[in-house]
Design a protein around this ligand. Structure first.
Ligand code: ATP
Ligand code: MG
Length: 284
């Protein structure tokens, strides 16, 4: 069962003077059971792309295949509810999607909407809050009375409580502190490794891509430039610089060492890899 785009175009404000083609002829298949990063400059179409995955946006042209569903511009939102149980999407600014009186009610909304009984929904909501690092003392607070980073966690918990097979996260760590951001990425890795969830994550953070993701999709100006294994992608420095993204620090440091005369031309993903390569070089 694929998650794929076939010749997809998406136009905002069609048939108006403001018509704008945000996705152009996208052909792309995501690997199930993996963590895929979606990167690219601001305005390149990442958010537009991922909103197709639970049919929040319908393609103007072409077809989106999500698990056993085929989505085209003729679909009706009503018929797509079952899809939203299986594909959870956390928006780029999820804090705006909180609307209930209490955090617990907000997180229970998804399960209740999918006809889970009240008691079970409560258990699922409290579990999900715990997963994102919010203990029971938050349950009865208003979502308006917490920090931006905490709101983001609540929104993510709201999707986790539905227990979808595919998690789509649009910049989930923006605005979190470094510890919180790391904990959030580690949560996604656990959901992937221990529970087999497919994770698609939009990010501007190259450290997250190299540390936590299997595959990377690079977008620019509404098109997919490349879709590769993360290890292969970062082996080609020019490719990264050409879209004005930064190298992860590890690789920037490796490049600086090479420029300084070190012979370090082995692939590396972690600080340990780099430390080993330097030790080897120094012992020669
Ligand atoms: N509601 C909208 N109406 C018209 N144009 C839009 C709308 N939303 C986005 N766009 C345009 O579509 C293009 C792609 O936007 P999108 O939000 O998908 O980019 P992005 O890659 O997610 O950027 P960022 O990294 O800033 O979040 C941009 O040029 C944007 O201005
Ligand atoms: Mg975006």
């Amino acid at each position: 069962m694929p998650i794929a785009f076939e010749k997809v175009n998406y136009q905002y404000a069609p048939n108006t003077p403001f018509a704008y083609e945000a996705l152009k002829n996208i052909d792309l298949a995501f690997e199930l059971g993996k963590i895929t990063a979606i990167i690219g400059p601001t305005g390149s179409g990442k958010s537009t792309l991922v909103q197709h995955l639970n049919a929040l946006l319908l393609p103007s042209k072409g077809t989106v295949l999500v698990l056993d569903r085929t989505i085209t511009h003729t679909d009706k939102p009503k018929e797509l509810k079952s899809l939203r149980k299986r594909v959870g999407l956390v928006f780029q600014f999820p804090e705006y999607q909180l609307f209930e009186e209490t955090i617990l009610k907000d997180v229970m909304f998804g399960p209740l909407n999918f006809k889970v009984d009240e008691a079970t929904a409560k258990v699922q909501a409290l579990d999900a809050l715990k997963m994102v690092g919010l203990d029971e003392s938050f349950a009865e607070k208003s979502p308006l009375d917490i920090s931006g980073g905490q709101k983001r966690r609540v929104a993510i918990a709201g999707i986790l409580a539905i227990n979808p097979d595919v998690l789509v996260l649009d910049e989930p760590t923006a605005g979190l502190d470094p510890q919180g951001s790391k904990a959030m990425m580690e949560l996604f890795v656990r959901l992937n490794k221990d529970h087999g969830k497919t994770i698609l994550v939009v990010t501007h953070d190259m450290e997250h891509v190299i540390n936590y993701c299997d595959n990377v999709v690079v977008m620019a100006e509404g098109e997919v430039l490349t879709h590769q294994l993360v290890g292969d992608y970062f082996e080609r420095k020019q490719q990264i610089e050409s879209i004005k993204m930064n190298l992860p620090q590890l690789l920037a440091f490796k490049e600086a060492l090479i420029a300084g005369g070190f012979d370090l031309n082995t692939p590396m993903r972690t600080l340990d890899d780099l430390a080993d390569a330097i030790a080897m070089e120094l012992s020669r």
